[in-house]
Design a protein around this ligand. Structure first.
Ligand code: ZN
Length: 310
């Protein structure tokens, strides 16, 4: 098996969920240090109106900086076509448009129905296709609340499959599945990955965005790995926590994820001691925020040899 891609989402997902506003300098230091530790994809921000998320108001500057780092895919989130235009202008390599499978969640979050979001998707595809291929960002449709919704409860698998097909027909390069609410269990991950891949093709689904709200984050990663998923989103220190479950990280913790994969002989290309040291930047930049993770507290096992170092 070849390597596993870890997509660090802390500078976007983590920072958007905390009260603290991290300075541009600290964001640059964080991103540069993770890239130097071997992380090759980082979601550095989101192009949303600054009045909604002041934490991410400097995303264009963060993208400009991140683009100067070698071997780094600079990813961003966009809520609509306007955001995609800003992402293209800034030079992002990859853009993700989240589409909530729960329409109630979609209406509450972005005040748009599924039909309206798919219209937005087609607008973004038209924009991207007008660009020369070499400067065209990769475009992912991120299916959020794919494993359940705090407003609607159970999200039917058939609805996830239907929207995955709709996103691919609209022209997305790939789709991803997000356990936005931390409802997923390993069996569900296995079944949903199979169902979506059966509908859109194996290569159209390579990534999972998993949370650890109920402690099943890494178990869900294992289920994804067994189905051949090769990209996992995670957040350094689990920054942001989980609003529904105090004491639990929201996103799975990058340090624990890298430890598990490397210990299992799966290469991430990430240097774990260097990655662990990046936490110091967060601790200094946003001292009032909690950091999560078991590996950072326990340390690496005696005699541990990372797959990437072997
Ligand atoms: Zn998340």
């Amino acid at each position: 098996m070849s390597g596993i891609l870890i997509s660090e989402v802390g500078p976007r997902d983590g920072l958007q969920s905390v009260q603290s506003i991290m300075s541009l300098e600290a964001k640059k230091a964080w991103i540069a240090a993770e890239a130097a530790a071997g992380v090759t994809e980082i979601e550095v921000g989101s192009f949303v109106p600054a009045k909604l998320l002041p934490q991410l108001a400097d995303t264009a500057e963060v993208v400009a900086f991140a683009r100067t780092l070698p071997n780094l895919t600079v990813a961003v989130l966009v809520p609509n076509l306007k955001g995609a235009e800003a992402a293209v202008a800034a030079g992002a390599h990859k853009i993700t448009l989240p589409l909530s499978v729960s329409e109630t969640h979609s209406l509450k979050n972005v005040r748009r129905t599924h039909a309206q979001m798919l219209e937005e998707t087609r607008g973004i595809v038209a924009l991207l296709r007008s660009l020369p291929p070499e400067s065209r960002p990769k475009f992912e449709g991120g299916l959020s609340t794919a494993f359940g919704c705090t407003l609607e409860g159970v999200v039917p698998q058939s609805k996830v499959v239907e929207l995955a097909e709709a996103l691919m027909s609209a022209g997305c390069d790939e789709v991803g599945l997000s356990d936005t609410t931390g409802y997923a269990n390993p069996r569900q991950v296995r079944e949903l990955v199979r169902a979506v891949r059966a509908a859109v093709g194996e290569h159209a689904l390579s990534g999972l965005h998993l949370h650890n709200t109920r402690g099943l984050g890494l178990a869900n990663v294992m289920a994804g790995l067994e189905e051949g998923i090769t990209t996992f989103d995670s957040s350094l220190g689990g920054l942001g926590g989980c609003p529904f479950a105090p004491g639990a990280s929201g996103n799975i913790v990058t340090e624990d994820l890298v430890f598990m994969l490397e210990a299992m002989g799966l290469r991430t290309g990430i240097d774990l001691p260097k990655l662990l040291a990046v936490r110091d930047i967060l601790r200094q930049a946003v001292p009032s925020e909690s950091l999560y993770g078991f590996t950072p507290d326990a340390g690496l096992p005696l005699g541990f040899v990372a797959a990437s170092a072997a």
